[in-house]
Design a binder for this molecule. Structure first.
Ligand SMILES: [Zn+2]
Ligand SMILES: [Zn+2]
Length: 326
C-alpha cells in the first residue's frame, strides 16, 4: 500500500464519523482493528474524566439516570424488539421517534443496528456470527467486533422492510445527528437551569458530561453485555442451537433483555420474560404504550412455547431434560 492509499483510507474513516454511507473502495470484510474509526469511542470513555472539571450535583445525577434508562428502553423496545424483530406495530410518526430516540444512544443508526442483530440471530454462535463470545472470546464479543471494517456497513439487504423509509435511511446515514442533538439539548437545558434555577448548582457542560458522556458509556456496556455475557452466563431453559442464556441479573440491568435464551427460542415476541416471575420491564412499558394507543399488535408467546419451557421439553427429541440425562 502506498502513502496515498494510506491517507485516503484515513480520510475516508474520518468522513465516516459523520457520513456512514460515504463511498469507498476498501475491503470491508477485514476483522482487523481500525483505530481511526474507534477514536470517537475512546474519546467518549476518556471524556468521563471531564467530571473532575464540571463537578457533580443532584440534578446532574438525576439527568444521567433518566438519560440512561430512557435510551436503554429505546434500544431494547425500539432498536431491538421493533426494528430488529417487528415484535409489534406502530405508525410512521412514532416509528421515526423510536428511531431518533434509539439513535441518541450513540449505538449507530437503526438500520445498521437491526440488520446486524438479524444476522446475529441467523448465525448465532457460528463462525458467521460477528459477536459470538463462544467463537471469539468475551472481549471480542463485548468491545472488539465493531472496531473492524467487517462490521461497519449497514447491511441494507437484511433490513429492506425499514430501509424503504427515507427518513430512517437519513438517520442511519448521518448517525451522529441524533447524539449531537441530545448534546445540544442537554447543554441548552443546563444553561437555562444555571440562569433560572442557580440553586441547583448545575450548568450546560455538567449536564453534557453526566447526561450524555457518562450515561452513554454505562448504556453501551449494559447493552453489549447481552452480546457477551448473555451467551455465557446463566441457564438454558430452552434447547436452542446457540449458547444463549437466561440471567435474572442481566434482565434487571437491561430492562428485560437478560431473558436471552427465551428470546433466541422465540425472537418475534414483544415479551422476553415469558413467565410472570421473569421480570421484563420493557414489556410492561410496551403494554402501557399499547393502552395509550402508541403501539399495537404486540406479538404474544405461543402457548406451545410456554409449555415447552415450563416442562423443559426438548423440542428435538420430545423428551424432558431429565429423560435426556437418564
Ligand atoms: Zn444472542
Ligand atoms: Zn434479538
Amino acid at each position: 500500500m502506498n502513502t496515498r492509499d494510506v491517507r485516503s483510507g484515513w480520510i475516508t474513516n474520518v468522513i465516516r464519523w459523520v457520513d456512514s454511507y460515504a463511498a469507498h473502495d476498501e475491503d470491508m470484510t477485514s476483522t482487523r482493528f481500525n483505530w481511526v474509526r474507534v477514536i470517537p469511542f475512546i474519546l467518549l470513555h476518556l471524556a468521563c474524566l471531564g467530571v473532575f472539571y464540571t463537578g457533580v450535583s443532584p440534578a446532574a445525577v438525576i439527568v444521567c439516570l433518566a438519560s440512561y434508562w430512557l435510551r436503554l428502553f429505546a434500544i431494547t423496545a425500539f432498536y431491538h424488539r421493533y426494528f430488529s424483530h417487528r415484535a409489534y406495530k406502530t405508525n410512521r410518526f412514532w416509528q421515526f421517534m423510536f428511531a431518533l430516540l434509539g439513535n441518541m444512544a450513540a449505538q449507530r443508526g437503526p438500520l445498521w443496528w437491526a440488520a446486524h442483530h438479524r444476522a446475529h440471530h441467523q448465525h448465532s454462535d457460528t463462525d458467521q456470527d460477528l459477536h459470538s463470545p463462544v467463537k471469539r472470546g468475551f472481549w471480542w464479543s463485548h468491545v472488539g467486533w465493531f472496531t473492524c471494517d467487517a462490521s461497519f456497513r449497514t447491511q441494507l439487504n437484511r433490513i429492506k422492510d425499514f430501509a424503504r423509509f427515507p427518513e430512517l435511511r437519513w438517520l442511519d446515514r448521518y448517525d451522529i445527528f441524533a447524539p449531537f442533538l441530545l448534546i445540544v439539548l442537554l447543554f441548552a437545558g443546563g444553561e437555562l437551569l444555571a440562569a433560572y434555577q442557580p440553586e441547583l448548582n448545575t450548568n450546560g457542560l455538567q449536564l453534557v458530561v453526566w447526561g450524555f458522556i457518562i450515561s452513554t458509556v454505562l448504556l453501551f456496556h449494559s447493552t453489549v453485555t447481552i452480546n457477551s455475557l448473555g451467551h455465557i452466563w446463566g441457564n438454558k431453559r430452552f434447547r436452542t442451537k446457540d449458547e444463549s442464556r437466561n440471567n435474572a441479573f442481566l434482565a434487571l440491568l437491561t430492562l428485560g433483555e437478560g431473558w436471552h435464551n427465551n428470546h433466541h427460542r422465540f425472537a418475534v415476541s414483544a415479551r422476553q420474560g415469558f413467565y410472570w416471575w421473569q421480570i421484563d420491564i420493557t414489556w410492561m412499558v410496551l403494554k402501557v404504550m399499547s393502552w395509550l394507543g402508541i403501539v399495537h399488535s404486540l406479538n404474544p408467546v405461543p402457548a406451545r412455547i410456554l409449555a415447552e419451557g415450563r416442562q423443559d421439553i426438548n423440542p428435538l427429541s420430545g423428551q424432558s431434560a431429565a429423560e435426556d440425562k437418564a
